[in-house]
Design a protein around this ligand. Structure first.
Ligand code: PEP
Length: 251
């Protein structure tokens, strides 16, 4: 049965900020969170997680990692496990961001293993998918995104432990966005794909975020679309005022 989907506005800070910056930004987001009217999540770089966890303590803002390794622990230099993220205070982790798929050659199989690790550790996985500009121009956006969704979402995922973020690669950090009609069409397609694979209850309840150059000025239109349940925000999440304005414009 479908329950109303609560809007989630998530900030992906990427590889930005030193300890003082992270603390200041987190404190500012926490201070404005009660007026947001939706769920807020910030995903700082791993080195800032503890500082940000302390700054968010007592607020309604959730904390997430930007990536995790499939294993619990072991000889994996430079990686962080889902259990470690949970231990620091994370409730979420982003997996399969296009920058990791491109920079680190991450496949759908690896992304799925990371999402399974997130679930094992009790985290909600924010699974990212999205087509390149060449794929969209070739009319392949639905096929590419559908394949990524099928390959990246674990078999036993639930709508409670999984969020899917549609982020067209060509819209990330470029100031360009698809038309609202195109965003709604591909989100509706994703909902159909997951409904067929994981059942109607999952399809009706899973939150589908849009990401790619979301700003205060375009949030109302994009977040008002029927099958858009929030945003994954990069650049604008580094300015508390903008991040909170996106949330305010999305309610
Ligand atoms: C992102 O990388 O997840 C993202 C959406 O970035 P931006 O908002 O800067 O386009």
């Amino acid at each position: 049965m479908a329950t109303p989907r609560v809007m989630l506005i998530a900030g992906n800070w990427k590889m930005n900020g030193l300890v003082d910056d992270g603390r200041t930004l987190a404190q500012a987001v926490a201070a404005g969170a009660s007026e947001a009217g939706c769920e807020l999540l910030v995903c700082p770089p791993a080195g800032l997680l503890s500082t940000v966890a302390a700054a968010l303590s007592g607020s309604a803002v959730a904390l997430g990692g930007q990536d995790c390794h499939p294993e619990v622990s072991g000889a994996h230099t430079g990686d962080i496990s889902a259990e470690m993220l949970s231990d620091i205070g994370c409730g979420f982790v982003i997996v399969g961001h296009s920058e990791r798929r491109a920079d680190h050659g991450e496949s759908d199989d690896l992304v799925r293993a990371k999402a399974e690790a997130a679930h094992r550790a009790g985290l909600t996985a924010v699974i990212c998918v999205g087509e390149t500009e060449a794929e969209r121009d070739a009319g392949q956006a639905d096929a590419v995104v559908g394949k990524q969704v099928l390959g990246s979402v674990p078999e036993n995922a639930t709508a409670a432990n999984t969020v899917i973020a549609y982020e067209p690669v060509w819209a990330i950090g470029t100031g360009r966005t698809p038309t609202p009609e195109d965003v709604q069409a591909i989100h509706s397609h994703m909902r159909n794909v997951v409904s067929e694979r994981h059942g109607g209850e999952f399809g009706a309840n899973v939150r589908l975020l849009y990401g790619g150059s979301v700003k205060p000025g375009n949030a109302t239109e994009l977040m008002g679309l029927e099958d858009v349940d929030g945003a994954l925000v990069g650049g604008a999440s580094l300015v508390a005022e903008d991040f909170l304005a996106i949330a305010a414009n999305s309610g």
